[in-house]
Design a protein around this ligand. Structure first.
Ligand code: ATP
Length: 426
């Protein structure tokens, strides 16, 4: 495995070298584990590292972060710690074993050896480790034939009860199957079906479901992942009323395409929370009340639930956009919405609505007035409270008439002022 380690960035290699010396001086055994090992073997990019310590991960991470002068976040109850090295995150965990009292609940954990730590993992391809201690630096520990399964492109669980112990592994299995174009090993697939038949995902808490679903929706082009979940299980574990027919699934493909437009053509491009657009697609056939309840149950951040809610709410009103021609009416209709919502509407509706959303994003969204409060005061506007209305009027006028200069804006402001004076003293 030594050759594979050499593919890591020099920054990572430096961290591993220091880890190696530190492990020996503390008398700990230290390993690189899980997805990192899988991705190294698959020659994929590695952006974060997972390190398991036979000993005390917090003590280890503490000393290592001292060497690099980085800050450490400690999670004493889990025996884990995280260090951020520039843009990279390194998680340190004390080797542990897990016992499940009921299906779907979080397990009881106790410290253990690397052998037991690997056994608690989800799939053979994620249950390999690379030793970092000096005497066997770079040695692959592959107790469950993860390497063979990687070569055969198979997703295989480690023991019969795996999906029942932690049903989120069903979603994880689908994520890796789709991401790597792998297949489920036969018995694994049978056991997954058994777990699905008893709707095991119902036993899982909403927040864990949210975390796994978000990981899926953050994959590149999640359409095929969503389709696979829908075909195998449906989305009852988010809400029993969600029912996606083939026709409903097309929205996800259309979102994928809209993103290509957004990424490729749009001026003033902003980074979007794409997973919210896809989640809105999963929820968009439900009532507003249901959508609100689900976003609360899932524990979404306020901004995120507002976006989902406004997408669902806008679905009926945005349709009218197809008939609008006046620029400021188009602006007024769309300005209230987040970019995520606009992308959703762009994907959801036909040509005319699309055209107006494009027009808004490319031509209108960034129009700003050159006139400010001081200018209005100088012209003689009062009281101050009316300013926001006047600014709005000026902006809409600027959008329709395309004022270019500040002088044009001020001339129009003067006309508003004259009209107001006439109204007050007819
Ligand atoms: P990704 O490339 O998406 O980050 P990953 O395999 O690194 O995938 P993580 O969620 O970061 O996934 O988890 C790291 C490792 O922890 C996994 O590779 C796996 O060994 C283990 N793991 C994570 N979740 C579970 C789970 N639900 N059950 C068992 N093991 C898990």
């Amino acid at each position: 495995m030594l050759n594979r380690l050499k593919n890591l960035s020099s920054e990572f290699l430096n961290i591993l070298k220091e880890s190696s010396s530190l492990a020996d001086s503390l008398g700990f055994k230290v390993y690189l584990v899980g997805g990192v090992v899988r991705d190294l073997i698959l020659e994929k990019n590695v952006s974060d590292l997972d390190i398991v310590v036979e000993g005390d991960a917090i003590v280890f991470a503490d000393k290592l972060s001292e060497v690099f002068g980085e800050k450490l976040q400690r999670h004493h109850s889990f025996g884990t710690a995280t260090v951020n090295f520039n843009e990279h995150k390194i998680d340190f965990a004390t080797a542990r074993t897990e016992t499940y009292s009921h299906h779907g609940v979080l397990p009881k954990v106790s410290s253990a050896s690397i052998v037991e730590d690997l056994f608690r993992r989800d799939f053979t391809i994620n249950a390999m480790a690379i030793s970092l201690n000096k005497d066997d630096y770079g040695k692959l520990i592959d107790l469950y034939d993860g390497l063979v399964d990687l070569k055969k492109k198979l997703i295989r669980i480690l023991h019969e009860k795996s999906f029942l112990d932690d049903p989120t592994r069903i979603l994880r299995a689908i994520r890796f199957e789709q991401r790597f174009n792998f297949k489920f090993e036969d018995k694994t697939f049978k056991l997954m079906k058994t777990a699905l038949n008893i709707e095991a995902l119902r036993f899982v808490g909403h927040h864990r479901i949210r975390d796994e679903i978000f990981l899926i929706l953050k994959e590149i082009n999640p359409y095929k992942y969503i389709k696979r979940i829908n075909d195998l299980a449906g989305f009852y574990f988010i809400n029993s009323q969600i029912e996606l027919k083939q026709k409903d699934l097309e929205i996800f493909l259309r979102i994928d395409h809209s993103l290509t437009y957004y990424d490729g053509k749009l001026k003033n491009h902003k980074v979007l929370q794409l997973y919210l657009i896809y989640l809105a697609g999963i929820l968009c056939n439900l009532s507003l009340e249901k959508v609100k309840k689900i976003t609360q149950d899932l524990g979404l951040k306020k901004r995120d639930s507002d976006i989902i809610y406004s997408i669902r709410k806008g679905l009926t009103s945005i349709k009218k956009l197809a008939n609008y021609k006046t620029p400021h009416i188009i602006y007024k209709t769309l300005n209230f919405y987040s970019r995520e919502s606009l992308l959703f509407f762009y994907a959801y509706y036909g040509k005319e609505v699309k055209k107006n959303i494009k027009f808004y994003l490319n031509e209108l969204a960034d129009i700003k007035l050159k006139t400010n409060g001081k200018d209005l005061k100088r012209l003689g506007f009062k009281p101050l409270t009316a300013y926001s209305k006047i600014f709005k009027k000026l902006l809409y006028m600027k959008i329709d008439k395309r004022f270019k200069t500040k002088e044009e804006e001020l001339n129009y402001a003067q006309r508003i002022l004259d009209r107001l004076a006439e109204e007050l003293n007819p």
